[in-house]
Design a protein around this ligand. Structure first.
Ligand code: ADP
Ligand code: MG
Length: 647
């Protein structure tokens, strides 16, 4: 209670002095000392804020027409004063209230700037920090790169009082109520930069014109340079880029627009630019970009998209979750439609059927263009795939309608080639006669996967195995199940029957099948050893059996037919604290010298006992897992090595 009165009172006193949040302080320190090679961007930031403010008021007035007296000509005006050495950016947008000034300019509340700060914290030198500012943009605070004092006068639309915020960009700022005279504007914000000695170039209109052309040409409202005149023309094109015909738009125009719609957070050149007009039951224009580098928040658990939704050129929101599938959330750009009401509330948008149709249209268009890219410029596509493949594959898991199109876009590492990834179509074209399944193994590390004992038998028969290295792969497999009728089959789970496949071995050796038969008969001599191992390891594994998937290694572990696959189980353990219920199966290579030798020792209980645990631990290590009792492992290994050396 007491506190409330205090704030109320202080709001009314003439001027308050406040400290910046710690983070702001640190950021301003870096900004102020920046001999930043591209200080020009401060103007882009201020213009983009002004344009946002106009967009927001335009949107608010749809519901609240009384906020403005008559429909204002939204505009931004930039003026300079040579004597005072100031540069002023004024807009007639929504403005900021007292509390909004405190919140927006006194703290780091905005996602982009916050992301930058997180990165800065992990950075050692200030030199690296400066690079980061270039990458992220620092929003409003960029003004302190060129100014040693910034004055912000703002009146929120619909409010009586205007407020003056002022700071030297060091420790804090002052906030005071503007006298009625000093704020003649009905609503909006005026930002005055008191330029630093070394930033006088920003007085020159030619310089400012250059920056506007470079950065802010496609802002959807006029930016005027200089005092108001009757016959003035804007310093920018002032027409929404997406409404112009494609042939009139240069690559450079698109590139700048891309920077603009990603709020200056993307410094890459887009891998694809999609600009189209959908005509039919629902009409809309899309200008979308597929980035070439991952946006910083790609793996944020919210899986939010950042597309901007416009209705009849009025900005509505950039938080319409239903507008883009989460697995296309890397798209940047604008959708503008005639077919929604300007009055639609942001909540209603989430379930609106028009939005759903547009969402599907975006997906179809994007997948089609990606397919074309994969065919026409595969190197470029692969660069995209390596950045965004795991996200796109989320679609296999949650969008059944797009499974077929998505599968065509998927590339995987495989045992066929050590460098190049393969499509599923190419995998199928290389399948052996009689092969009915697509074999895969999943894990985190390609090298470990390539050396896995579980794939030895397949590889030695010339059968290709896909190497799944993305966590998402374990999740879409159970949903998708098959490609063109060939079932995806994990080589680390269940039994594998290779008898019907005509492997390379069979081609070179006509008697191989007969030989296989003979082998089968031979293995009965291993029965006593198998029985012993089963008894010793009965607490640790579900079964011990002979394997057809091994050639060089003596043992491997696989999941049982009904159990959770090995890598999946590991993923679940990490992400959902899952404790496994199902035991695995230990498979033994009947042709391995060690196994044969052990079989001859079956009377020696001590040796068989140690060997059983050593084999199991070895199989665990081959999976990249830890052995549960490292000391016992070491003791047994020492015993065995000593015996081997003594013999
Ligand atoms: P961002 O634009 O990414 O949100 P900024 O640092 O550029 O971050 O701006 C911080 C906030 O200050 C904006 O989100 C907005 O709420 C407010 N703001 C800045 N400039 C203006 C302006 N000219 N009119 C109204 N609000 C503004
Ligand atoms: Mg901004």
């Amino acid at each position: 209670m007491a506190k409330e009165t205090a704030t109320k009172k202080s709001k009314e006193t003439k001027s308050q002095t406040k400290q910046f949040e710690a983070d702001v302080g640190r950021l301003l320190d870096i900004v102020a000392n920046a001999l930043y090679s591209n200080r020009d961007v401060f103007l882009r930031e201020l213009i983009s804020n002004a344009a946002d403010a106009c967009d927001r008021l335009r949107y608010e007035t749809v519901k609240n027409p009384e906020l403005v007296s008559s429909s204002p000509d939204y505009q931004i005006r930039i003026t300079t004063d040579k004597d005072k050495n100031t540069l002023t950016i004024a807009d007639n947008g929504i403005g900021m209230s007292h509390d909004e000034l405190v919140e927006n300019l006194g703290t780091i509340a905005k996602s982009g700037t916050r992301a930058l700060m997180e990165q800065l914290k992990s950075q050692n030198s200030d030199k690296d920090s400066l690079n980061l500012i270039g990458q992220f943009g620092v929003g409003f605070y960029a003004s302190f790169m060129v100014a040693n004092k910034v004055t912000v006068t703002s009146r929120k639309a619909g409010e009586k009082d205007a407020w003056i915020w002022e700071s030297d960009g060091r420790t804090g700022y002052t906030l005071s109520k503007a006298s009625d005279k000093s704020s003649s504007l009905p609503h909006g914000t005026v930002i005055t930069c008191h330029l630093k000695e070394d930033a006088r170039e920003y007085i020159e209109h030619a310089k400012l014109q250059n920056i506007i052309t470079q950065w802010s040409d496609h802002i959807d409202l006029p930016v005027f340079l200089g005092e108001e005149r009757d016959d003035e023309t804007p310093a920018n094109t002032a027409k929404a880029l997406w409404t112009r015909t494609k042939s009139d738009i240069s690559d450079e125009d698109y590139a700048h627009f891309y920077q603009q719609v990603s709020n200056g957070l993307s410094m890459d050149t887009p891998a694809l630019t999609l600009h189209w007009r959908a005509e039919g039951i629902i009409e809309y224009t899309g200008l979308l970009f597929v980035p070439s580098a991952r946006p910083w928040d790609l793996y944020d658990p919210s899986r939010k998209n950042a597309l901007k939704l416009y209705v009849k050129r009025v900005f509505i929101t950039d938080q319409c979750e239903n507008l883009v599938f989460p697995w296309l959330r890397f798209l940047r750009g604008v959708i503008d439609t005639q077919d929604l009401s300007l009055n639609i509330s942001r909540e209603m948008l989430q379930t609106n059927p028009v939005v759903t149709k547009i969402r599907n249209g975006i997906a179809t268009k994007t997948l089609k263009e990606l397919q074309t890219l994969a065919e026409k410029d595969n190197d470029k596509y692969m660069a995209f795939w390596n950045e965004f493949g795991p996200v796109l594959k989320e679609g296999l898991y949650d969008a059944r309608d797009y499974t077929q199109d998505l599968l065509k876009l998927c590339y995987f590492y495989s045992t066929h080639d050590t460098e190049k990834q393969t499509t599923l179509a190419d995998y199928v074209s290389r399948m052996k006669e009689g092969q009915k399944k697509i074999y895969f193994i999943s894990g985190e590390n390609l090298q470990t996967l390539r050396n896995s004992p579980q794939i030895e038998g397949l590889v030695s028969r010339g059968i290709e195995v896909l190497l799944f290295k993305d966590t998402i792969d374990d999740f879409w497999i159970p949903t998708v199940q098959q490609y063109e009728g060939f079932e995806f089959t994990s080589v680390t789970k269940g039994q594998i029957d290779l008898s019907e496949i005509e492997g390379d071995e069979t081609k070179t050796d006509k008697n191989a099948k007969a030989k296989d038969k003979k082998k089968e008969a031979d293995t009965s001599s291993l029965d006593p050893l198998l029985a012993q191992l089963k008894t010793i390891l009965k607490e640790d594994v579900e079964d011990v059996r002979l394997s057809s998937r091994l050639t060089d290694s003596p043992v491997c572990l696989v999941a049982s037919d009904t159990g959770v696959d090995i890598h999946m189980e590991r993923v679940l353990k990490i992400h959902q604290h899952y404790t496994p219920e199902s035991k695995r199966v230990l498979e033994i290579n009947p042709d391995h010298a060690l196994v044969k030798a052990l079989s001859g020792q079956s009377d020696n209980k001590a040796i068989i006992n140690d060997a059983a645990y050593l084999l199991l631990d070895q199989a665990r290590i081959a999976l990249g897992e830890q052995v549960p009792d490292p000391n016992a492992f070491a003791r047994r290994l020492t015993t065995f090595m000593s015996k081997g050396l003594a013999a």
